[in-house]
Design a protein around this ligand. Sequence first.
Ligand SMILES: [Zn+2]
Length: 295
Amino acid sequence: MFDTHCHLNFKRFKNSIPEVIQRAQAAGVTGIIIPGTDLYTSKVSVELSNQYEGVFSAVGIHPHHAIQYQKSNVPTSPKVPLGVSKSQIYKSKLKSNIEELKRLLTHPKVVAVGEVGLDTFQYTNTKYQTYQINAEFIEAQKQLLVEQIKLALEYDKSLILHNREAKEDLLPLLEKHWDKKLEGKTVFHCCEPDIELLEFAQKHGIFIGVDGDVTYGAEKAEFIKKVPLEMLVVETDSPYLLPEPLRTKKEYPNEPKNIPFILQKVVDLKGETIVSVKKIIEENTKTLFQLPKNK
Ligand SMILES: [Zn+2]
């Protein structure tokens, strides 16, 4: 079993990694993909993949952090040389961060670019005081996403897409920048229950990531029923999205060891055996992340 999306690179797990991985293995979860959300967590992800067998890394900058590349958010610091415009600074920051990602992408255990995408949700819990969804911010998110799609293509990596309330912007952008090489190697992580997303995914060979919210969200469960098993991969999105019955028991944080609760829900929804569901989903995962299939 794989947990195709969990953030063991987040502070929450800083002091518990060996136990968390051990508990995952004891539960039968032998493969773990850790997506980055910014440069720092991407680097931690690479380090973890380096240390642990069965742990793989994805590197990328989440749309939440695109705010750093927004012109109006670049602070005017005394270090800025005279004659350099704000716009030049923000462009060079994006450029240098993309260069850093390129360096990380050469590591053998980096299997994907991610998580990257678009997000129009107005977060209140954020380190950015000026966090405001507006046209300029969405533009910065789009630019960042396009650059990172190019990275996946250039380095022949898979692509982990994050989308939150941004379908109207995301689908046209993907359509415009799509390359057949991304087919069978891309996932809508924690896919919103939306038929248009499913149809787009079917058209382009994109996998659908299903998380713990399928165990308590009726709309999500109805949606997953409609997704062919051949398109599904499972993910915990740890430390978030704790599945039932652990959610009721408040057994936070979520961990990769909880993958079986999500798989069991898929089994219930599909009316298939656990053996065949496990087999198909493992096959999907290995296709998605271009992992060897003979073991
Ligand atoms: Zn995530």
